[in-house]
Ligand binder design. Structure first.
Ligand code: PMV
Length: 320
């Protein structure tokens, strides 16, 4: 039977940056994210006897299906089937937004494929399955604030909701920069820092502390504390990249311009904080009431079309 699932992307406030096990995707540290409302992937999966290979289309265009096949093999094994599938995905994550479309993509695929194969997985097992596609995808199974507990192996490394219903006007404003430069994949970036950064053990230690403090800040609705922890955690992640051998970074000139504008806003008394992932785009954490003023300031360097606003969003769910 054909099944269609929707999953939203998420932004990590305490980042996942380093694997303990590359095959099973077990992280070196736990992470904590916020699922976003406006950016999501819809994926439908149908296993069909007549197919001789998996077929995959993204936004209506036929694509190489190798990665999808690797992932579907996990689902086929779980379900005890050998049939191939037709997989059709539509990404509602703006391209080049620097938001992890792999997170929404694999969370949607995990739910649609397991359902189409006749499985009814618990959210825990769905999260474990999504993790095998892309680490950050395990967090997109849930809405709101979500923690990926690193665990020790395949069975105990999965996401759990920290606060699914977010009763708080927290927002994320993504500044879409020119993403023309060739980037280092998150896989390669992580591998390099784990193997070579002398600061790596300190990163693991402080992530543990950051998660504890971030949870307190969320519970207390202490936005300034949340923002400070998220911004500092992101900078620690990027410091790993700068301290690796060979060193690398994801910054472009406009990245630094955006960071400076956020700092100027903060100096002027508007609480807003930045975070960056494996790309040059800057995401600004803020409160709804300050969005207009922040956009006005960012207009000094960026067009309004470069600014994308998101609020907390829901977990992965079946559409049909
Ligand atoms: O899930 P991956 O392999 O795309 O890695 C995501 C890594 C970061 O986005 C930089 C951090 C995170 O926790 O999402």
């Amino acid at each position: 039977m054909k099944k269609t699932a929707r999953a939203h992307t998420n932004i990590a406030l305490v980042k996942y940056w380093g694997k303990k096990d590359k095959e099973l995707i077990i992280p070196m540290n736990s992470s904590l994210s916020l699922t976003l409302d406006h950016f999501y992937t819809d994926t439908s999966v149908e296993f069909k006897e007549e197919l001789t290979a998996d077929n995959f289309s993204l936004n209506g265009v036929s694509k190489d299906a190798q990665q999808i096949t690797n992932f579907l093999n996990l689902v086929r094994k779980l379900a005890g089937i050998t049939t191939y599938a037709q997989v059709d995905s539509t990404n509602h994550v703006p391209t080049k937004a620097g938001l992890a479309s792999s997170a929404s993509a694999y969370a949607a695929l995990a739910l649609a494929a397991s359902s189409a194969a006749g499985l009814t997985l618990s959210k825990k097992d769905l999260s474990r399955l999504a993790r095998r596609g892309s680490g950050s995808a395990c967090r997109s199974i849930y809405g709101g604030f979500v923690e990926w507990k690193m665990g020790t192996g395949d069975l105990d490394s999965y996401a759990v909701p920290f606060q699914e219903e977010v009763d708080w006007d927290i927002r994320m404003l993504a500044i879409v920069l020119n993403d023309a430069e060739k980037k280092i994949s998150s896989r390669r970036g992580m591998q390099t820092v784990v193997a070579t950064s002398p600061y790596y053990p300190a990163w693991v230690k402080t992530c543990h502390q950051d998660i504890g403090e971030l949870k307190e800040a969320i519970e207390a609705k202490d936005f300034e504390r949340l923002g400070t922890i998220a911004e500092e955690n992101a900078m620690k992640m990027h410091a790993l990249n700068l301290s690796a051998s060979p060193h690398f970074n994801y910054f472009q000139p406009e990245t630094l311009v955006a960071m400076q504008l956020v700092e100027e806003l903060r100096a002027a008394g508007i609480p807003c904080y930045y975070t960056l992932d494996a790309g040059p785009n800057v995401k600004v954490l803020c409160l709804e009431k300050d969005v207009a003023q922040i956009k006005a300031k960012l207009a000094e360097a960026f067009n309004q079309e470069q600014l994308l606003l998101a609020a907390p969003g829901p977990g992965a769910h079946l559409l049909a």
